[in-house]
Design a protein around this ligand. Structure first.
Ligand SMILES: [Zn+2]
Length: 319
């Protein structure tokens, strides 16, 4: 049995803003093309077709009013969904709903034991909030996945780990007082990058105090700083019990990304993915769902996500 399910299909390319926007289909194409050159690795991967989410699934996280707003803008096909980062385009509702549906489909293949681990390269749209778009993100598939696990599947705790160069504000703040969401995020310091948040002292509130870990890194930090920070993430996670790992693998922290100033290599992604896979083996039967996220240098995206696939497709105690 293939150890890793990877989402693949033309529907995922629909999530592509009009040129010259940095989030376009080129990055995903480059990733699949690099993956397709490695025949040995392909044997350990099973491709899963994208699935369209219905409004009820999207509304596990988002408000009904916001979902209607996106549907309307999608029909109009112009203007912005937020204050200027996230343009509307014809069919943007369906494009975003495919990302959500595909992430949920992959969760299901793990929950029904068809696969232990899965990867949706188009997922990880971590800036969208319950009632608004933000930072190129229309619907937050990672946040919908959390709600699905906690409410629909009645899973106990979920660990969410985010290594995108930008802080995962849409997950952090919309679950800030939820102690069942164990959140760890390494990103470029908020004083120097969008969305300007994710400071050390932001650790959750009320009963959830201490369940959120934010590690900002200074601009120009590289693999060494990343790995040290990731070791801190691992010791943080060790203190909790959880039943599922969600992993946002944004590749915009690699050197020469046009939007950020971090300087990781794909080794950072390999290191994080291997360590999380092992931690998941110890904690939750190996269950990891990885999602892509940002990354605006297509070659970086391809190499970072191929490293994630390599690490997660490795056979472990649980397959
Ligand atoms: Zn990002």
């Amino acid at each position: 049995m293939a150890s890793l399910a990877v989402a693949k299909g033309d529907e995922l390319f629909l999530y592509s803003f009009p040129e010259p926007h940095p989030l376009n289909r080129l990055r995903l194409e480059r990733f699949y093309s690099l993956l397709s050159m490695d025949e040995k690795l392909l044997k350990r991967v099973e491709f899963v077709k994208p699935v369209l989410a219905g409004p009820a699934e999207v509304e596990l996280f988002h408000t009904e009013g916001y979902v209607r707003f996106v549907q309307e803008k999608s029909r109009q096909g112009y203007g912005y969904l937020d204050y200027g980062d996230t343009p509307a385009f014809p069919g943007c509702y369906e494009a975003a709903a495919y990302v959500v549906g595909t992430t949920i489909e992959l969760l299901k293949t793990i929950l029904n034991s068809r696969h232990v681990r899965a990867f949706n390269p188009m997922g990880g749209l971590h800036h969208a909030r319950r009632d608004r778009a933000g930072g190129f993100c229309i619907f937050n598939d990672a946040a919908v996945a959390i709600e699905y696990l906690l409410r629909t599947e009645r899973i106990g705790n979920v660990a969410y780990v985010d290594i995108d160069a930008h802080h995962g504000d849409g997950v952090c703040y919309d679950f800030y007082s939820n102690e069942r969401v164990i959140f760890a995020d390494i990103h470029q310091d908020g004083r120097t990058l969008y969305p300007g948040t994710g400071f050390r002292n932001e650790t959750g509130e009320g009963r959830a105090r201490g369940t959120k870990l934010n590690i900002p890194l200074m601009p120009f930090s590289g693999d060494e700083e990343f790995m040290k920070a990731f070791d801190e993430v691992l010791s943080f996670l060790e203190r909790f019990s959880f039943d599922f790992v969600l992993f946002q693998t944004g590749a915009d922290g690699l050197r020469d990304d046009p939007l950020t100033s971090l300087q990781y290599s794909p080794e950072a992604h390999m290191y994080a993915a291997k360590a999380l896979k092992q931690l998941a083996e110890e904690k939750c039967g190996g269950r990891v769902l990885a999602m892509g996220g940002g990354g605006y240098n297509p070659d970086n995206v391809a190499r970072a996500w191929k490293a994630v696939v390599e690490a997660l497709a490795e056979n472990g105690a649980h397959g």
